[in-house]
Design a binder for this molecule. Structure first.
Ligand SMILES: [Zn+2]
Length: 627
């Protein structure tokens, strides 16, 4: 059982391939308050935050007197569980208040310091509570089971406690747990060095594009150029400049990644796992075979992807197709969507999920929950994060592209999921896993696509929409599985005691590129450094495969709620809403099964391949109509 809520990891649901921006950005003062976060509902100001922090320290300190008392009985165990819960509830506010402000301006050293101050407190707390797990596990399961059955208050914690006993083989004795806890801060070093190198210390080069316009290749401008500039030469320049910054530090990135993989393997061995992957999946009770199935099946089914790239090359009239040509729309379509317009689309699109769902979404869009626009120093990308007891907060960098409209739908999916789980579960089980998280977001994207396709009579817009659906699959399913394959291979190198060097990493990447893209694209040398710029691999290893499994799960649920008789559809919808409301009250594989998804079956993944194939054929038909 984790004695700090898992939300610290879960809150970063960043879609790293979707940040983008263009042109001038407004300062925060220039942006209308309705498009900015209202953080005063968390705390009215720093003074109140300080008081919260003090209160948190007092609560944390009060934990130590309970050491050695757990065996006294269910009442005492409940007292400790409840105290831990109170601490975790408070942590949401105390941690998120500075952290969210830091994300609004990552140059702000003051809030950065305050965020770190809370993180240091977490580590201390984890050291001070290292005794709880081992002490609880000394109570025989038969006794514990009896307590959980007889004591109603304690039974709220049943799932977490049962899970702890399941993981017992990997919990060490008190001395060893304490020893390991000394390394907690250090273990966060590789990702924090990565973050500094790729965010704080990065300086983006200026590029002169063909129209003599000078552009600084920030993350945002890079994605913007790739997805809007119809001149291939400009895309090449953008790509070379942007990847160049990462290439320049390739040995440092390789060394950081080696640190990540070494850490994972050390942790896995310390806790008696056979592999880093097994250790990473065990927490959610996901069988390694699901990961293996995914990686193997997708690898064997890359031909639809290659067929799609060939189609793009033909329609775009390119002599050579490069991977930096992958984001440019297949037809000239650069309609922009105002944020107000996007809100209306997204709101209308979730109608199949019912009135209550729609109402919740409307409230989330009303102002204060979403920080909409890019501003100087603001974190790139988009995410949804919870402040328990307040409401979820969403960070966006809305830039009016079709992609941004879909990102809005995506993050709102997380937001409503969080809200439903918070309201329908006790605190102990409110926190859902990443494994189900991306189902809620990708389903909303699918619904938006449907709705917009229904509404749109503009043939070019229709093609853009189909392309959006195809890109979802290439980005969410194929690309993420390729990354998952990559991180698995590198972790295995470490497990086999083989050196992780820049050359080795580049080589593994090159081999994957050739499997996935075949002859359909020219793989530029610089592209082999793609692993330097994927934050998830440094921050949360073995995370990205869940985008793919979630995509497959959501495709299945979508099929269930949109086909069959009305009655069947309604039942499927209710099963889905039940999944959202169930938070983290069971293992994610079981939760998904209840909602009608079985990830142990290869067919679940093959269905996405089929869907992809169908979309490419539909795209071909729509294009024929244009000509
Ligand atoms: Zn997401």
């Amino acid at each position: 059982m984790k004695f700090l809520s898992r939300f610290i990891l879960l809150l970063i649901l960043i879609l790293f391939y979707k940040p983008s921006s263009a042109g001038d950005i407004l300062t925060r003062e220039q942006i209308d308050p309705q498009y900015k976060w209202n953080l005063t509902v968390i705390y009215p100001g720093w003074e109140a935050w300080e008081a919260g922090l003090e209160n948190l320290k007092v609560l944390m300190d009060s934990m130590s007197v309970h050491k050695g008392t757990l065996a006294q009985g269910p009442e005492q165990l409940y007292r400790v569980m409840k105290l831990n819960e109170d601490i975790n509830v408070l942590i949401y506010r105390v941690y998120q208040y500075p952290r969210l402000q830091w994300d609004l301006d990552t140059r702000n050293q003051d809030v950065s310091g305050k965020t770190k101050q809370v993180q240091i407190l977490f580590s201390k707390f984890q050291t001070a509570t290292a005794w709880i797990d081992p002490e609880m596990l000394q109570i025989p399961w038969e006794t514990m089971n009896k307590w959980l059955t007889e004591n109603k208050k304690l039974s709220l914690y049943r799932f977490g406690i049962e899970n702890l006993y399941r993981l017992q083989a990997h919990v060490l004795d008190e001395d060893k747990e304490k020893l390991l806890s000394y390394f907690l801060q250090l273990e966060q070093s590789p990702p924090s060095i990565y973050a500094e190198l790729s965010t704080s210390d990065i300086s983006f080069p200026e590029v002169v594009l063909s129209d003599t316009q000078k552009v600084q290749m920030t993350h945002g401008n890079y994605y913007y150029t790739l997805s809007t500039d119809r001149n291939q030469e400009n895309r090449r320049k953008a790509f070379e400049a942007y990847y160049g910054i990462f290439e320049k530090n390739k040995h440092t990135y390789a060394s950081i990644y080696n640190g990540v993989c070494q850490r994972d393997w050390a942790q896995a061995q310390a806790r008696k796992y056979n592999s880093s992957l097994e250790a990473a999946l065990e927490g959610d009770n996901v069988p390694v075979s699901v990961y293996e199935n995914l990686v193997t099946i997708v690898k064997q089914n890359t031909s639809p992807m290659q067929k799609y790239l060939e189609l793009r090359k033909r329609i775009l009239g390119l002599q050579e197709y490069h991977l930096y040509d992958g984001s440019i729309p297949i037809v000239d379509f650069d309609k922009t969507y105002s944020y107000e317009e996007a809100k209306k689309w997204v709101l209308a699109s979730v109608k199949p999920l019912g009135k209550e769902y729609q109402k919740r979404l409307e409230k989330a869009l009303a102002g204060g929950w979403i920080d909409v626009y890019e501003s100087p120093g603001k974190r790139s990308g988009a995410y949804s994060t919870d402040v328990y007891g307040v409401h979820p907060y969403m960070l966006m960098n809305y830039n009016k592209t079709l992609d941004a409209v879909f990102t809005l739908a995506h993050e709102l999916g997380h937001t409503i999921h969080t809200q439903l789980a918070d309201e329908n579960q006790p605190f102990a089980t409110h926190d859902y896993t990443i494994f189900v998280a991306e189902v809620a977001s990708t389903l909303n994207e699918q619904l938006l696509l449907d709705y917009m396709l229904e509404q749109s009579t503009n043939p070019k817009e229709r093609i853009a929409l189909i392309q959006q659906a195809i890109s979802n699959i290439t980005n969410t399913f194929y690309f993420q599985t390729m990354l998952a394959d990559y991180e698995w291979q590198v972790h295995r190198l470490v497990e086999e005691g083989k050196p992780v060097t820049t050359d080795r990493l580049t080589e593994i990447n090159a081999r994957l590129d050739s499997t996935y893209y075949g002859q359909a694209a020219v793989i530029d040398q610089l592209y082999n450094y793609v692993w330097t710029r994927i934050p998830h691999m440094y921050r949360t290893p073995f995370y990205v495969y869940q985008y793919a499994t979630c995509y497959a799960s959501s495709a299945q649920i979508y099929k269930n709620i949109t086909s069959g008789s009305m009655k069947e559809q309604r039942e499927a919808r209710d099963r889905y809403l039940q999944l959202l409301k169930s938070g983290g009250d069971d293992y994610p594989m079981n939760q998904l099964k209840q909602a009608g998804v079985d990830l142990t079956q290869p067919e679940t993944f093959l269905a996405v391949v089929q869907q992809f194939n169908d979309l490419v054929s539909l795209m071909e038909k729509e294009i024929d109509k244009l000509q």
